[in-house]
Design a binder for this molecule. Structure first.
Ligand code: NAD
Length: 295
């Protein structure tokens, strides 16, 4: 068997076209323009690249972005004051704090300062709690993007065995909750899991988000499984790879996401979706006036 490639770039491009149309529609019918504030503290090189990509993606679909840069030595109070100011600004519909923050910051206090109605990354406790009961306002972007890839590829979720490797607050845990909400039977593995292969081999849907190159080898994958590789790892030779031994896993799986070009393009795209939805929510539009589920 050779797995079909799930082309995240092409799905993301379709969603972004949809985003552009929604932004134009909001402007034409309501004179409203979605606005995203991006806060970055320090000059972590990876964060600088991610922030640039997010700002570019906003520009591509017509979202107004506003970047706020603070030095790594800035006090937490100053950053929180900015978040509070943006939370009260009616032209701002989404507030994103680029992570990681410098060590002297209390992550909970910073994320908690974001108005939960503008928490487009979905990291505020209110949105995390909403996820548990299946009613979150802003699903976190990476697992949200994975769900869209699965749906777009026509993967049946209810009743299937889903195994999530990685249990972070940003990817693994929300991923597991979203799959559970769709009635998959979900197992979550992490660095302390004993005999990882014993779990992965049972997966009809295997989602890997550990940050370890070649963690998942061919024999660990059930024949015909759908494999979503969230990992992004830079090897010493500069190559970007996921967490799967791609060539070996591709021979066992029925579908697989590549790295790069799989989950990555979806993450930023779902941030756009959340920001546009937030702008629509701020207008109190009736559901039928603004439906974004049909992506
Ligand atoms: P993290 O470091 O916060 O969490 C990693 C998780 O993987 C932990 O739960 C840990 O227990 C588990 N883990 C680590 N080593 C393991 C092992 N050997 N066996 C089993 N489990 C193991 O990382 P994160 O923020 O969740 O990100 C995970 C990966 O996904 C990273 O490579 C990151 O770059 C990537 N990522 C990609 C996107 C994207 O858009 N494609 C978005 C976010 C994160």
């Amino acid at each position: 068997m050779t797995a079909t490639i799930i082309d995240g770039k092409s799905v993301a491009a379709n969603v972004r076209r949809n985003c552009r149309a929604r932004v134009d529609d909001l402007w034409r019918r309501f004179g409203a323009s979605p606005g995203l504030a991006v806060i970055m503290v320090g000059d972590n090189p990876a964060s600088t690249v991610y922030v640039r990509k997010k700002i570019q993606a906003c520009a591509d679909v017509g979202i107004k972005s506003h970047k706020f840069l603070f030095s790594a030595t800035e006090s937490q109070d100053v950053v929180i004051a900015k978040i509070q100011e943006l939370s009260a600004d009616p032209d701002i519909h989404g507030i994103l704090v680029q992570l990681p923050l410098p060590k002297h910051f209390d992550l909970k206090a910073v994320l908690g300062a974001i108005d939960r109605e503008k928490d487009v990354d979905g990291f505020h406790l209110y949105n995390v709690g909403g996820l548990v009961v299946g009613e979150t306002v802003f699903p976190p972007c990476t697992p949200y993007g994975v769900m869209l890839l699965l749906d777009n590829a026509g993967v049946e979720i209810a009743g299937r065995n889903a195994v999530v490797v990685g249990a972070s607050n940003i990817v693994g845990k929300p991923m597991a909750l979203m799959l559970m909400q769709r009635e998959a039977t979900v197992s979550v593995c992490h660095v302390k899991t004993r005999d990882l292969a014993q779990f992965t081999i049972l997966a009809d849907i295997l989602i890997v988000a550990a940050g370890c190159p070649n963690l998942i080898t061919g024999p660990m994958v059930k024949s015909g499984a759908v494999v979503i590789d969230v990992g992004i790892n830079r090897l010493a030779n500069g190559q970007l790879v996921g967490d799967c031994d791609f060539d070996a896993v591709r021979k066992r799986a029925s579908m697989i996401t590549p790295v790069p070009g799989g989950v990555g393009p979806m993450t930023v795209t779902m941030l756009l979706v959340n920001t546009i939805n937030s702008a629509a929510r701020s207008l109190n539009l009736a559901h039928e006036d603004f439906v974004f589920e049909e992506l």
